[in-house]
Design a binder for this molecule. Structure first.
Ligand code: ATP
Length: 445
């Protein structure tokens, strides 16, 4: 059976993953065997999220007819005891059902429910949609206040990951709100010893610890990686205040599961996309250090970009730090694929694939053929003029500059990474596995 929970925290405290850890312990105390602990990240643009839009699903063995009801009661009493009910935005939900992810058991997730999970991950769901499905499938469920947490709780029990990673989370007491004591150098050591099998615990380039939050919640630190063994190994290097408890979740973090392949003309606000196109203007650094450029659907065969296709603004915000230099190095006509969420009329860049580079053309006033001095501009759209002999010319000197970037993938640093975004270190391994898989399927290996 699966027990889904969501929406128990507020900006002032708690965390649904912590409640998931408490739930596992309570279920085990009652004799339940836990088989999986799942942390499902949902649409990062969902308007009512507190922090990272996480929902939790605990999978336990069901032995008797009473087990579901007992597990439901345990989950509900924990939610009632620990949720931050005073916060208007905290609207918990609990769902219990007898689904498994095992197709042989004939009760794996029905398509309709899997589609609900995908919608919660990539799009937006309503409370009514969740309630209708819960009624239709006869699941045990309870929603508190406006019951919005039922969306995440149902999505969590309906989730099936075709790609997944793991995170070990260490917690402090639920009521601790102050500074966390975690030895910074031991986190750097943990990453050194286990990278690339774990990632994003630290940001070497910016010399920042990423895996210790600063928010007033029970998470002490969290380490992300490829397997439970790797995250446990990394964790073994970390010296900190004594954690209250720890848990390892299987998760869709770091998988790019939120990205939809799309054309620029089809994008909708609040969804996240992979979009192909051409850079169609020189990148601009705006107020606050944010860097933007325009991505256009087709180049019309021109190497200097094209204004005729559908376009969208792409943004590398200031927190993406050195990634902005990559974006600044793009030039009109570069063929790229961008990944990121579409919000407020721009794509918030998570990573970018530079497929091919155009020539970086610099136009300079020509040298005067008579007196060999460099001409100067004669005014806007008026060509060039020699200040010595007054000779005029309309033709600039064209210099093809060397490019500062090469084709390939570029990403924001760990400090700016979104939970669902796949780090390139993982992507490299992942792409090789996908190629091998397809070769095995087509009998070429
Ligand atoms: P927590 O750690 O408690 O999970 P959070 O940052 O994950 O915090 P929540 O407090 O769970 O955020 O709030 C997110 C709310 O939005 C939940 O009620 C959840 O059911 C709902 N929700 C999640 N994804 C979607 C979606 N795609 N469409 C509509 N509602 C959603």
């Amino acid at each position: 059976m699966k027990i889904g929970i969501d929406d128990t925290d507020s900006p002032d405290g708690m965390c649904t993953t912590y409640l998931g850890a408490l739930l596992c312990e309570s279920l085990e105390d009652e004799g339940f065997k836990i088989t999986e602990k799942i942390l499902a990240r949902l649409n990062p643009n969902a308007p009512f999220k507190t922090r990272g839009n996480a929902a939790v699903c605990i999978v336990a063995e069901e032995k008797s007819g009473e087990d579901m009801k007992n597990a439901f009661n345990i989950a509900c009493s924990l939610v009632e005891r620990f949720s931050e009910f005073d916060c208007e935005k905290t609207n918990p939900g609990v769902v219990v059902c007898s689904l498994t992810s095992d197709e042989d058991l004939n009760n794996s997730v029905p398509d309709e429910l899997f589609r609900f999970y995908k919608k919660a991950l990539c799009d937006f769901c309503t409370i009514k949609e969740a309630e209708e499905l819960l009624e239709k499938y006869g699941f045990l469920y309870k929603g508190w206040k406006n019951k919005r947490g039922l969306i995440g709780a149902l999505a969590a029990v309906s989730a099936e990951f075709d790609d997944f990673t793991y995170e070990i989370l260490a917690y402090r007491n639920q009521f601790s709100k102050g500074i966390r004591t975690v030895k910074k150098d031991t986190i750097f050591l943990a990453e050194e010893k286990t990278y690339p099998h774990t990632w994003d615990s630290v940001d070497f380039e910016n010399n920042v610890v990423v895996c210790v939050p600063h928010t007033p919640d029970p998470v002490l630190f969290g380490i992300r990686g490829e397997t439970p063994d790797w995250v446990r190994k990394a964790r073994s290097y970390i010296i900190s205040e004594e954690p209250e408890r720890e848990i390892v979740y299987k998760t869709n973090q770091g998988t790019d599961a939120h990205l939809i392949d799309s054309d620029i003309s089809d994008i909708l606000d609040g969804r996240s996309y992979k979009l192909k196109g051409f850079v169609s203007n020189m990148p601009v650094t705006g107020e606050g250090g944010h860097v933007s450029f325009k991505l256009t659907e087709n180049s019309g065969g021109r190497s200097d970009g094209d204004e005729s296709g559908k376009s969208v603004r792409c943004m590398a915000y200031e927190p993406t730090k050195g990634f902005r230099d990559i974006v600044r190095a793009l030039r009109p006509g570069d063929s790229v694929m961008v990944c990121g969420s579409y919000k407020n009329e721009s794509i918030n860049l998570e990573k970018i694939y530079v497929e091919s580079l155009s020539d970086d053309i610099i136009k300079k006033p020509p040298v005067c053929p008579e007196c060999k001095k460099r001409m100067t501009s004669a005014g806007k759209d008026k060509g060039y003029k020699c200040r010595v002999c007054n000779k005029k010319s309309d033709i600039p000197e064209i210099i093809i500059a060397g490019r500062k970037i090469a084709p390939g993938w570029y990403e924001v640093p760990p400090v700016a990474r979104r939970h669902l975004s796949m780090p390139l270190v993982r992507k490299a391994v992942h792409d090789v596995c996908k190629i091998q898989d397809s070769k095995i399927k087509s009998g070429n290996m």
